[in-house]
Design a protein around this ligand. Structure first.
Ligand SMILES: Nc1ncnc2c1ncn2[C@@H]1O[C@H](COP(=O)(O)OP(=O)(O)OP(=O)(O)O)[C@@H](O)[C@H]1O
Length: 272
């Protein structure tokens, strides 16, 4: 069996609409979202994701990727279907700080030192200062910025600001990290460096699942355990493609024929 037929068999152009894994962390059953102005953003979305997965969402602009993320994060409700996150409602999961979000915009407080920026979620929850600082140092070290505790955001490059945003999201030790096009504004070299670091961080925490939106098929294949392909609006999940390449993934994987085959397959599914 050729490599391509292997991946087509495992993923399948006729992959079932509901993709099941064990230890369900997220379950979307026939989920739809129609905004009050009548825009049907998402229709009949079915997906199940397990603990420790890395799912990248790809699809044309406006197909409802951010809407799905906002529903999973409990920021907006679905208008049809059933959505469970960590065995409860999305709002409840967010209330328990089990979900963290990273956006393309870094959203850091410009007047606050990095340590104050990353520890803000703990301060808002009333965590004592000593504990906050220890956690702040832990996450800044994770993203390679332990020597920048007292620096202000304006002194940092775009890539470094993104690292700080990731550190701030990790400080709550979320079970689910939602990342909406986080590396879209970065140059290619910085982007690849951050992809490498993100995978390293994700692999250290076997329980944390990452859901990641990108327009870049190369990025999706490099990062994912599975790629979720969406159709143009009204967005549906048209395919869920396994990327069974082992981790750690590095430069050799990026330049391998296997990687090229996955990219071609995802690109093909995006066009159909
Ligand atoms: N609050 C809202 N009210 C009405 N329509 C909305 C709202 N938010 C999003 N939409 C519409 O819903 C559709 C899906 O938007 P969404 O932002 O989820 O898509 P997306 O796939 O994330 O897009 P992009 O890739 O461009 O970020 C779009 O047509 C958008 O204009």
């Amino acid at each position: 069996m050729s490599f391509l037929s292997t991946i087509l068999t495992s993923a399948g152009s006729a992959a079932p609409a509901v993709h099941r894994t064990t230890d369900s962390l997220i379950r979307l059953q026939d989920v739809g979202k129609t905004y009050p102005n009548g825009t049907v953003a998402v229709q009949h979305a079915n997906l199940t994701a397990g603990e420790g997965e890395f799912l990248c969402f790809v699809g044309p602009s406006g197909c409802g990727k951010s809407t799905i993320f906002n529903m999973i994060a409990g920021l907006t409700g679905q208008t049809s279907g059933q959505l469970d996150v960590l065995g409860t409602t999305p709002k409840e999961a967010r209330r328990q700080s089990e979900i963290a979000f990273v956006f393309q915009e870094h959203t850091l407080l410009p007047w606050s030192k990095l340590i104050d920026n990353v520890t803000l979620p703990l301060k808002l929850r009333g965590v004592p200062k000593k504990e906050r600082l220890a956690e702040g140092e832990r996450v800044l070290e994770l993203v390679g910025l332990k020597d920048y505790l007292k620096v202000l955001p304006r002194e940092l490059s775009g890539g470094m600001k993104m690292r700080v945003s990731i550190a701030r999201a990790l400080i709550s030790r979320p079970k689910l990290l939602l990342m909406d096009e986080p590396f879209g504004a970065l140059d290619e070299i910085t982007r690849q460096a951050l992809q490498d670091e993100l995978l390293k961080i994700w692999r250290q925490d076997k329980k944390m699942s990452v859901l990641f939106i990108t327009h870049n098929v190369f990025e999706a294949v490099f990062l994912s355990t599975r790629v979720v392909v969406m159709t143009p609006r009204p967005g549906k999940i048209s395919d869920v493609i396994d990327i069974p390449a082992p981790y750690p993934r590095d430069h050799d994987f990026r330049s391998s024929p296997e990687f090229g085959e996955y990219v071609r397959h995802v690109s093909h599914q995006l066009k159909h």
